[in-house]
Design a protein around this ligand. Structure first.
Ligand code: FAD
Ligand code: NAD
Length: 367
């Protein structure tokens, strides 16, 4: 049931139903929304509990049950976008008729504000770990077969490890492998893998532990969070990305999405701030992309370069930004995304306001 206040303020509550054949059980969620896609639903079956969380604006609609009979590990999720219907097809372990779907668990059949749902985790296996720079690695984690989860563009997840008896949690932004794979078609099967670019700080709390994991070890991964919305790309003509260090991570999926899905996009420019040349993540891949796609340009700025560096130098500054942020047309629709160490991002936002960019034209990634 939905409380009166919620019903007044939030979207109208979804509902669900279920039906079965000899071998399948289908759970149908009627979201009563049209802008639903495969990112909108997260499904897990673990520890005898079945949980499906559907994200509707700032709310979550949760199905959470102990199923009455056993099911196989894998299941499929389909979305019928134009009617806002989600179908989760489970495979029965035994071909017997179920009298009921199961018994309700916490928050079952409720629409609650997303911020009140708490972080929900599943254990993912470390598949590979590759050096990218002297201190940054590409980690590939595999979701369990019994999870459906896709991290939307611009969102992050929390990784959790138990370190000497204490649970430690830190946020990380998944990247896609499109810069590595030479622009091959996205492989749908890849949805089982989540990639992270993570810088290891030798004196840090979490990253050295992550670095010590062996292939096959497990890390808990939360549901996605973040306030970036794809709708910020609507009718976009110029996209400017300001990234410092690992603040590059949200830009990877943004870049991929923008270059493939925004029809009227004329220009995408990345200004990438690092200390030294050795710190630049995926430099040659970015340069290759700029060569192949005329809409894309990349500029590297170093704060502690060697004397041989011919490129731009220093911290983020009015001079660097005013030269870089040139609209392709006088009135073109722009979005500027900024991410990096907090002083970098704060300074950047101040400078962007000074250059008369409006709040709607700036998206900053912060904690
Ligand atoms: P920490 O223990 O936090 O230490 C980090 C560094 O600070 C170390 O060098 C340490 O010696 C130093 N330090 C710690 N405490 C102090 C102190 N009191 N005084 C001075 N120095 C100190 N990082 C990525 O690599 N990739 C990502 O994709 C990514 N995504 C993120 C997304 C979000 C939304 C946010 C907020 C952060 C993201 N981060 C990302 C950063 C990440 O969450 C961690 O902060 C980072 O990995 C450091 O964690 P740690 O526990 O290893 O280091
Ligand atoms: P770093 O120390 O290697 O610095 C990279 C560049 O940032 C420097 O070359 C400089 O140009 C700029 N910079 C650093 N300190 C500055 C300051 N005081 N003022 C102005 N500019 C400054 O960076 P790193 O170790 O890779 O750290 C990346 C940061 O990005 C971390 O703090 C991480 O938490 C953050 N991050 C945030 C998100 C997010 O919020 N979504 C995602 C990824 C990373």
């Amino acid at each position: 049931q939905v409380s009166d206040t919620l019903a007044k303020e939030g979207p109208s509550s979804p509902s669900y139903d279920w039906f079965q054949t000899d071998s399948l059980v289908t759970i149908v969620i009627y979201t009563k929304q049209k802008d639903i896609n495969l990112d909108s639903v997260i499904v897990d079956h673990q520890d005898d509990s079945f949980r499906a969380e559907t994200i509707i604006k700032d709310y979550s609609y949760i199905i959470h049950m102990g199923l009455s009979r056993e099911i196989q590990e894998d299941f499929s999720v389909r979305v019928v976008e134009n009617v806002g219907k989600i179908e989760i097809v489970l495979k029965k372990k035994e071909n017997t008729s179920w009298k009921r779907l199961g018994h309700p668990l916490e928050n079952h059949n409720l629409l609650i504000p997303k911020k009140d749902t708490g972080l929900y985790y599943r254990k993912c296996q470390l598949i590979s770990k590759e050096g990218v720079t002297h201190d940054t690695k590409l980690f590939c984690l595999m979701l369990p077969a019994s999870t459906h989860l896709q991290v939307p563009v611009g969102q992050h997840v929390y990784l959790k490890l138990t370190i000497t008896g204490t649970e430690i949690v830190k946020p990380y932004t998944p990247v896609s492998d499109f810069l590595l794979s030479e622009f091959k078609e996205p492989v749908l099967l890849n949805n089982k893998y989540i990639y992270f670019l993570i810088k290891i700080y030798p004196a840090g709390l979490f990253t050295p532990e992550l670095d010590h994991l062996h292939i096959g070890d497990f890390v808990s991964v939360s549901n996605p969070e973040g306030n970036f919305k794809i709708s910020q790309f609507r009718e976009l003509e110029d996209l400017f990305l300001l990234a410092a260090g690992t603040g590059f991570t949200p830009m990877v999926k943004i870049l991929n999405y923008a270059l493939t899905n925004i029809p009227g996009l004329r220009k995408v420019k990345l200004m990438f701030f690092n200390k030294t040349e050795d710190d630049i993540i995926w430099r040659s891949q970015l340069e290759k992309l700029a060569f192949k796609d005329k809409r894309f340009d990349v500029e590297f700025v170093l704060s502690a370069p060697t004397s041989e560096w011919n490129g731009k130098r220093g911290y983020i500054s009015p001079a660097l930004l005013s030269q870089f942020l040139k609209r392709s047309l006088d009135n073109s629709r722009v979005l500027i995304c900024i991410c990096g160490p907090t002083p970098f991002t704060e300074q950047g936002i101040r400078l962007l306001h000074d250059l008369n960019f409006s709040k709607d034209e700036i998206h900053s990634f912060t904690a």
